[in-house]
Design a protein around this ligand. Structure first.
Ligand code: PMP
Length: 349
C-alpha cells in the first residue's frame, strides 16, 4: 500500500506554514539489542522528528481537520483539549497557524519543556492540580474540559479520547509508513498506549496487511487501560486512569506493563549507547521489547514506536537530581531482563 504524508494530503490548507509540511515520514533507525549474548534487530520509529517533537502532531492535524470538515470551528472558536503535554504542543502550533485560540488542560506532570512550548505558540495553559479518585489526573482534566464547554458555545473540544479521527490517522499514515520502511517484514510492533489511538490504528492496519505481525501494547504500571489496578506513576504520555475507547481485543496480541525506573533506565541506556534521546514512553516500549525478546527466541525484526524526543525530558528523565528527588533508582540496570546491551546496527530492511 502506498504511503502518503499528511503534508501531501493537506498542503492547500496549511497556509504555507513550513513547519507543518514536515509531519510524518519519520526515520526508522535500526539498533542492535543483545540479550543473553544473542544480537536482535530492533527498529526505532523516531516520532520525535515530527514538528513539535512528537507523534501527536499527526493526531492534532487529524482532529482539527475533522472539526473543520464538520463545520464545528469558526474564527472566534477556542479549541480545548485535555493533554499530558505532547498533543497540547501540537494543537498550539496548529491553532496558531489556523488562527484559532487554544487552551490546553494539563496537570502537574506535564513537563516544563512542553508547557513552555505551548505558551510560546500562544496557547492558554490551564493546570488541574487536584488528582482524581484513581490517583491520576485524567478524569479531573476531563471534568475541567466539560465545565468550560458548558460555559460558552465558542469552546470546542477536539476530544482525542473518542474522536475516530485519532486512530484513523495512524491507520492511514503511521502504520503504512512502518510497513513500507520495513519492506512488509515485521515480527512485532511495540506501541505505548494512552488514548489507544496509535495502537488501534496500527493494529487495524497490520491485521489487514500482515496478520502475522504481533501487536504488543505497552502500558505503565498503575494505569488502568488494560484492566490492571491503579497506582501512582511518574511516566507521562503513556497510561490513563480510564480504559481506551479505541482498543478492542482483536487489535493486539498482548500487553506488557512497565515500571517508571525500567522505562527511564532504557532511555538513559539508549542515549549512552547510541546518542538517541527518547522520552519515557519510548523507553517503556524498548523495555517491553527487551522483555518480550528474552521470552521469544523465534522473534527478530521488531519495531518500537518512539512517540517523542527526550529533549522534552531534560529536566526530568535526563536530570539526575530529579531522579533522586523522586526516589527513582536506575542503578539496578535494565529492568527484569539481565545481560542486555545496546549498539548501533547497520541492518538491511
Ligand atoms: N507516548 C507519549 C509520550 C504520548 O504523548 C502519548 C500520547 N499521550 C502516547 C505515548 C500514547 O499515544 P496514544 O494516545 O495514541 O495512545
Amino acid at each position: 500500500m502506498e504511503s502518503t504524508t499528511i503534508a501531501n494530503q493537506g498542503q492547500e490548507s496549511l497556509h504555507g506554514l513550513d513547519r507543518l509540511q514536515h509531519i510524518g515520514n519519520t526515520p526508522m533507525v535500526p539498533i542492535c539489542l543483545t540479550i543473553k549474548g544473542r544480537p536482535r534487530n530492533v527498529y526505532l520509529k523516531l516520532e520525535g522528528s515530527n514538528p513539535g517533537g512528537s507523534v501527536k502532531v499527526r493526531t492534532a492535524y487529524a482532529l482539527v481537520c475533522d472539526l473543520e470538515q464538520r463545520g464545528l470551528l469558526c474564527q472566534d472558536s477556542t479549541i480545548l483539549e485535555s493533554t499530558s503535554g505532547n498533543l497540547g504542543v501540537a494543537l498550539s502550533m496548529l491553532a496558531q497557524s489556523r488562527g484559532y485560540r487554544f487552551i490546553a488542560i494539563v496537570d502537574p506532570k506535564a513537563t516544563e519543556e512542553n508547557i513552555a512550548k505551548m505558551r510560546a505558540f500562544g496557547a492558554g495553559v490551564d493546570i488541574v492540580h487536584q488528582a482524581d479518585e484513581t490517583g491520576g489526573y485524567l478524569l479531573a482534566r476531563l471534568a475541567r474540559v466539560r465545565q468550560l464547554c458548558e460555559e460558552s458555545p465558542l469552546y470546542v473540544w477536539t476530544n482525542q479520547y473518542s474522536n475516530p479521527a485519532n486512530p484513523t490517522i495512524h491507520y492511514k499514515q503511521t502504520a503504512p509508513e512502518i510497513y513500507q520502511q520495513m519492506a512488509g517484514n515485521v515480527d512485532a510492533i511495540f506501541t505505548a498506549v494512552s488514548t489507544g489511538g496509535t495502537l488501534a490504528g496500527i493494529g487495524q492496519y497490520f491485521r489487514e496487511v500482515s496478520p502475522r505481525t504481533r501487536i504488543i501494547g505497552v502500558d505503565a504500571h498503575g494505569s488502568v487501560i488494560f484492566g490492571t489496578p491503579p497506582a501512582p506513576r511518574k511516566l507521562t504520555g503513556i497510561g490513563a486512569s480510564r480504559p481506551s475507547d479505541f482498543i478492542t481485543n482483536n487489535l493486539y496480541d498482548q500487553y506488557l506493563l512497565v515500571r517508571d525506573e525500567e522505562a527511564f533506565a532504557f532511555c538513559r541506556a539508549l542515549f549512552d549507547a547510541v546518542a538517541i534521546k527518547v522520552g519515557g514512553s519510548s523507553g517503556a516500549a524498548l523495555a517491553a521489547c527487551a522483555r518480550y525478546l528474552a521470552a521469544h527466541p523465534e522473534i527478530d525484526r521488531c519495531v518500537c514506536l518512539c512517540p517523542d524526543t527526550g529533549e522534552n525530558y531534560a529536566s526530568s528523565i535526563f536530570n539526575n537530581e530529579w531522579l533522586v528527588q523522586n526516589g527513582l533508582k536506575l542503578a539496578g540496570g535494565l529492568g527484569e531482563v539481565q545481560e542486555i546491551s545496546l549498539r548501533y546496527a547497520h541492518a538491511q530492511v
